[in-house]
Design a protein around this ligand. Sequence first.
Ligand SMILES: [Zn+2]
Length: 702
Amino acid sequence: MNNKEKLLKEVHDISNKLRTFQKAYYIDSNPLVSDMEYDRLFDRLVTIERENPELKLDDSPTQRVGSDLDSDFEEVEHTIPVLSLDKAYSGEEIISWINKCQTKATSNLNFVLEQKIDGISIVLYYEKGILKRAVTRGNGAIGNDVTNNVRTIKDVPLRLTEEINVAVRGEIYLSKKEFEKVNKTLEQPFANPRNLCAGTIRRKKSSESAKIPLNIFIYEGFFEKDEYNFNSHIDILAKLKQLGFRINPSLAIFSKTKQKAKELLTLASLKGSANEFDEIYEEIKKQTETRDSLEYEIDGLVVKVNEIEVREALGYTVHHPRWAMAYKFESPFSQSVVESIDIQVGRTGRLTPVARITPVEIGGSTVSNVTLHNQQYIDELELAIGDSVEVSKRGDVIPAVEQVIEKNEDNNTTYKMPSSCPICSTEVEIKGAHTFCPNPYCPKQVFGRLEFFVAKSQMDIDSLGPKTIEVLLKLDLVKDVQDLYNIDFEKLSEEKGFGEKKINSIISALEKSKEQPFSRVLTSLGIPEVGKKIVDMLIKNGFDSIDKLYELVDKKDYETLCNIPLIAEKTSKNIIDTLDDKTMRDRIASLKNCGLNMEENVVNTPKLEQIFTDQVWAVTGSFKSFNPRTLALEEVEKRGGRSVSSISSKTTHLLLGKGGGSKKTKAEALGVKIVEEEEFLSLLGSDKKKKEETTFQQGELF
Ligand SMILES: [Zn+2]
């Protein structure tokens, strides 16, 4: 064996190992080796390939990291039918369709129910077991070749366990958790995981796509006719799984009897739930109720005839197969017209375009204003005033314009944001994707800043409501937050409605606010993205005074803060740059002179026993001992637990008070432990009791 042959053998050996490890890790969720060992082999393969490009295999595991070269998305013709599905909106429609299918069959049919993943539809073409092409759905006949990007998706097998020709259909998606994580770091956030997924699949550089952890589920296989003789859909799924594809395990079979459905699953060695036909209503209800707790978004369910022979007999319409039906969840979309676009100026000076649309009902609420974020967002939508648009509202998410459906007939072109501030006429500045009014004394900014400063979660000066602030600004008694502590009350008392009583209450509230701890003062400065949680983190990690923070600011030290949990690079930059601003420096110096706390008094509260470590608690309903109920979650956090506002598969406990409804149902469906108030109090109490015992023992020592 010469040197080249030796290397080629090594390439094959390492590739085989890496493939096995990748499959174990990404598809079976069962890692076989340590990350270090994996990286060592991976790096070795990269080195060999770089030095000997001719040895690089077509399905090399190194393709997972993508390339920096631009791809063009060539148009290619599909060689399998890429159809959409007929839709139903109720369980009754599904049942009546099932009955119709049944009349066309000579024996009892079985049906398979799968989740309809809200992602990007894709067709993967394999030749002799190697991934050759990944093509978007396109118009059904022709799609775009996005192979280089799809190769970076870790659970797309680059090589199958058999050397066969097959085309498969699947849905590429991004989990909700990863979406939140990635979207936070983007200058230009996406409205939902699907849009971010679509953007990723169409990145020019596959090395960029590789950074977004996309996933895939495969749900159909098209094998060459003489290769296999499948009788049923679940046989195909079982084969796909065996070939190395990731199949959604949440499938359900519906048969004449539960026993029959169970047999089918066992025969195919697939996981899933076995049911009778009548249970389809319950299954739809269950899946609708629990969809929010899934790790990914689904927009419906799909029911398919299991028997291949019957499928062929039922055939196709022009658009749909007759053997499958999609059950669509209540739509989170509606259509409306953009009547005008307003510009709002926030306390940070950011200009935000807001679309005023003809009011529409979406997902149970009326929507008339939709934020357009910034110019880039408008450009991507190519949105003009008068356009008909699709507007969405998903769950608690703010409404978003998804797309333009029809252009206006008034020849309006894509909306452009003004070049000067609509409030103070100062010429705007563009920073990243956003537009700012650079005038710190722009009336809207000052008002926003004051309103934020006095709010309940900041300095909590309740006698200074928005109306009073307006008066103070109108009389020119206040130009910025620090002026609140030097108001000319004599002049204010001349104003109607400001009698002695009112003025005294303002004075005492202002005096009282000087006792607010440094943490509140720091939050009230309104540094972008720096709320209570981040401030607590800063203080906990030693940055418990303004002077300590300015040591970093003066050195432009962006890195130190990044070592603190929860503080990302972007947040660190926000903190340093905002504090470095001249107006901010003056403001802080004045506030310090007025007597506000610029240093945290660290009180040593005795550390409670961490009985809730590794637990994730949610709360619902009302309580006798905890009002508001978030007080109960504070008790959890003090004892090492984590609190969340909604229930997911990660939640371990639900604290259930009086009148807790939907969260309880969801918790039960997910097997989350439910704890009621009395039991919770005794958990806290046992901890308290133990502490008393400890004190007692210490007392004995003396
Ligand atoms: Zn302005």
